[in-house]
Design a protein around this ligand. Structure first.
Ligand code: PEP
Ligand code: MG
Length: 537
């Protein structure tokens, strides 16, 4: 037996034969030495690639849905990219063979994307590399890859987006890649398929080629080549326990979340990116209750542009389709700091310029967000909510800008839809003013993480405060009951998007109070649905 580790991206255990996925050996065609001939070859390859990708797009759309097919669509668009095409033409004119020009230019662009301080653009680097490899393969006369019959664990250096799409999903028991990250396409696919998988593993192709049985423990991030009897027994035991638990929950997939007394609760996901929306769908989320849009601002050196925000929101809207998506406007400040906004260092940042306060004082930051949300509204069922509201005037001011932005877009001829505007109730002031705010809002979503911090005056970041950070505190429960009643009395819905929403200890109490939406990590949806459907209220 040989064993090693990797970064687990989905829990579970898989045991079976392994297949190494490696790309076909490529033979480089002899260059003609004539740029005109090479250019003609490249143009012909572009046509072939366009045909292949269109076919792949249709297949992906029919078999796995539009959200995954969008990966292929991106590459179809890249085939038309003028910068890429100019780069290839320049290389050909400089004497390069078409295959090399396609590959090298793709690599150059991929490196530029990979170096950007933006997760979305980094992901595009894999797309452009994948697309230029396709052109290279066509120009070298290579065709696809072949996999054996039956189910298997797939081991690869890494998998490109279009490769993952072509894989026979029903036969893959697990992925183990040597590269990739928790947000790589392989990891996303693993979560979509609910199969145990490791990325960044230390497995070698020799380990796989020399073994008969490969096993992956996605709970601990361990792989075993030819596990001994004791290990195999342990893994099988884990496997059957996990399968029993998971299977039991599967009975709740596709069902509505309704209590025995008939209360309908919407179970939705908290997300930070379009990739998370894909995971939300595969976890059977009924929508998105909180998109923490600040994740689009973190880990980069400059403000995202309106177009970048629009693309991200549009993707989420399209992935979620008719399901409701609540986008929270930027909640930067306090624990989430970015250097490029030039926010002054504060003595007490949790009580400082954060959330909606930044937006209301810096319209150049707020306006692009709202424009992006309204532009993306045409693609799905978007809602918007504001964090850290403490006064009715703040909500009114934010709503006024929403109306202005929508009118501007209409004037520009950009289609928009009605976007219900809600309040994130996470300050005690907002809770106490719930009746007044409810008259101006379409919904409430309670941020219990901050509401606990501000109600109890306990820093949520300070681990030493331990038991003093008590989300079950009677003061908090009283505020929650008050918020739900105010919402119901005023004919709007109220949900919970803080951690308390996924907490089995209080879910029944929250439902009894009158909350009709619970937003949580996608992986908690099915177990919560089971609880809701069997509640004693
Ligand atoms: C909350 O405060 O409960 C919440 C959901 O928002 P965040 O945790 O992002 O502050
Ligand atoms: Mg909060």
């Amino acid at each position: 037996m040989k064993k090693g580790v990797g970064l687990p991206v989905f829990p579970g255990v898989a045991i079976g034969p392994a297949v190494v996925y490696s790309k076909a050996q490529r033979t480089l065609p002899v260059p003609s030495g004539d740029p005109v001939v090479e250019k003609a070859k490249f143009d012909a390859a572009l046509e072939v690639a366009r045909g292949q990708l269109t076919e792949l797009f249709e297949k992906a759309k029919a078999e796995i849905g539009e959200e995954q097919a969008a990966i292929v669509e991106v590459q179809l668009l890249m085939l038309e990219d003028l910068d890429y095409l100019d780069g290839v033409n320049m290389a050909i004119e400089g004497g390069a063979a078409a295959a090399i020009a396609a590959l090298d230019t793709g690599e150059e662009f991929a490196q530029v994307f990979a170096a950007m301080d933006d997760a979305y653009m980094n992901a595009r680097s894999a797309d452009i590399r994948d697309m230029s490899h396709r052109l290279y393969d066509i120009l070298c006369g290579n065709t696809g890859f072949s996999l054996p019959d039956g189910s298997f664990l797939l081991v690869a250096e890494d998998l490109a987006p279009s490769e993952t799409i072509q894989l026979p999903r029903d036969r893959i028991m697990a992925f183990i890649t040597r590269q990739g990250s928790a947000s790589s396409h392989t990891a996303i696919l693993a979560r979509t398929l609910n199969i145990p998988s490791l990325v960044q593993s230390n497995i070698t192709f020799e380990d796989v080629e020399n073994c008969e049985v490969l096993a992956v423990d996605g709970f601990t991030g361990t792989w075993y080549a030819d596990p001994d009897e004791e290990t195999l027994a342990m893994l099988k035991q884990k496997q059957s326990q996990a399968a029993a638990e998971k299977n039991a929950l599967e009975a709740y997939r596709g069902k509505e979340s309704i209590t025995p007394s008939g209360k309908k609760i919407l179970l939705v996901a908290n997300i930070g990116s379009p990739e998370d929306a894909i995971a939300a769908i595969s976890a059977d989320a009924e929508g998105v209750g909180l998109m923490r849009s600040e994740f689009l601002y973190l880990g980069r050196n400059n403000l995202p542009t309106e177009d970048e925000l629009f693309e991200a929101y549009k993707q989420v809207a399209q992935i979620m389709g008719h399901r409701p998506v609540v986008i929270r406007t930027l909640d930067i400040g306090a624990d989430k700091q970015v250097s490029y906004m030039d926010l002054e260092k504060e003595e007490n940042p949790a009580l400082g310029l954060r959330g909606l306060r930044i937006c209301l004082t810096r319209e150049e930051i707020f306006r692009p967000q709202l424009r992006a949300i309204y532009r993306a509204s045409a693609y799905g069922n978007l809602h918007v909510m504001f964090p850290m509201v403490a006064s009715v005037w703040e909500l009114k001011a934010a709503k006024a800008l929403c109306a202005k932005v929508r009118a501007e877009l209409e004037e520009e001829g950009v289609p928009t839809r009605e976007v219900p505007i809600g309040v994130m109730v996470e300050t005690p002031a907002a809770a106490v003013l719930a009746n007044e705010l409810a008259k101006e809002a379409a919904f409430f979503s309670v941020g219990t993480n901050d509401l606990t911090q501000y109600t109890l005056a306990v820093d949520r970041q300070n681990a030493k405060l331990g038991e003093f950070y008590d989300p079950y505190h009677p003061a908090l429960m009283a505020l929650l009951a008050y918020i739900a009643k105010a919402a119901n009395d005023n004919g709007i819905w109220a949900g919970i998007c803080g951690e308390l929403g996924a907490d089995p200890k209080v879910q029944e109490q929250l439902v009894k109070m009158g909350f009709t939406e619970l937003s949580m990590a996608a992986g908690r949806i099915l177990e919560t649905r089971k609880r809701i459907c069997n509640m004693e209220e």
